[in-house]
Structures are given as C-alpha cells and as structure tokens.
Ligand binder design. Structure first.
Ligand code: HEC
Length: 144
C-alpha cells in the first residue's frame, strides 16, 4: 500500500494537475522529482506525516503532532508563482488552526476527528490551487 501511494505521489510530483503532467511527454521535459520547490517539499512531509498518523490511528495509537513546517507554508516558494494566490494565506490560516486543534486532541476519538478535519482543510486549499493531488489526499481520511 505504501509503495502504491509512493507511486501515485510520484505521478503527481511537480504538477498540480494530472492532465498537465500527461502533456509533458516531449523530450525537453525534465522530471523535477529530485528538486521539489520549498512548498512542494513541505507538502510531501505533511502528506507523509498524515499517512503515518492515519496508520497509527487505525491501530488505535496516538501520534505526536508538532510539525514546525506548517508555519513555513505562507512564505515557502511554490514551483510556479500562479500556484499560490490571494486565498492562499486565509487557507493556510484555517489549516494552521485545524492543525492546532489536532495537536490538542488527547484521545483517539478526538485525534481521529481532528485528523479528518485537517484533511478537509488540505482539500479545501487544493480545490483552489492544486487539484492534482486531491485523490491522493482523500486517501488520508480515517474511517473507523
Ligand atoms: C494553503 C494551501 C494548501 C494546504 C492547506 C495544503 N496544500 Fe498541498 N499543496 C498546495 C500547493 C499550492 C501545492 C503545489 C506546491 C508546488 O508545486 O510548489 C501543493 C502540493 C501538494 C502535494 C504535491 C507535492 C509535490 O510533490 O509536488 C501534495 C502531495 C500535497 N500538497 C498534499 C497536501 C496535504 C496532505 C495537505 C494537508 C495535510 C496539504 N497538501 C495542505 C497548497 C496547499
């Protein structure tokens, strides 16, 4: 399953729309898999963190929630400038507020609820700015 997720992630890497990445098949295309933007690397870490948290929650285990990366999101450089816009800052603030609630959740049920709320706020921002990874992000929901 992890391998599958990694492959799915690789398909979306460097491109917010899967259609876009499908077009880049000419010989001048260079994969930017090894050089993600600052924002893309933060996203990969947050995604990985959420995958692990989901696995733990499904085993009935709490995870530590204390990433400092979330505070770097607003200023992080995206792959292309159009990937962030006016709604980016308010979306980041909503995300950070949900992350804070998640870090305050002290039992499994509360952490599951807060985790799923956080995933919603990932998707809310992605609807505006970066739709490609949404199917991947939806897999982060914990349904117990
Ligand atoms: C405030 C807006 C916003 C929020 C919140 C957000 N993202 Fe993103 N995400 C973006 C943008 C913009 C990009 C494109 C970054 C780039 O290519 O530089 C991106 C890219 C990604 C990527 C692709 C990274 C790559 O390798 O190219 C993944 C996966 C991802 N986000 C997952 C998540 C997950 C999981 C969450 C929640 C834990 C989340 N995002 C929350 C805006 C957001």
């Amino acid at each position: 399953m992890n391998k599958l997720l990694a492959i799915t992630l690789a398909i979306f890497v460097g491109a917010c729309s899967s259609v876009e990445s499908g077009k880049k098949t000419n010989s001048t295309w260079e994969p930017i898999i090894d050089q993600p933007s600052e924002l893309a690397s933060i996203m990969r870490s947050l995604n990985q963190e959420a995958e692990l948290r989901k696995q733990n929650l499904e085993k009935g285990e709490l995870s530590e929630v204390n990433s400092k990366l979330i505070f770097k999101m607003i200023t992080a450089k995206p792959t292309e400038p159009h990937m962030v816009g006016a709604a980016f800052a308010p979306n980041t603030e909503a995300f950070i507020a949900n992350y804070r609630q998640l870090s305050n959740a002290k039992d499994i049920d509360a952490q599951i609820d807060a985790h799923n709320n956080l995933v919603k706020s990932c998707i809310a921002c992605h609807m505006n700015f970066c739709q490609g990874p949404i199917p991947l992000i939806e897999k982060l929901y914990v349904n117990l």
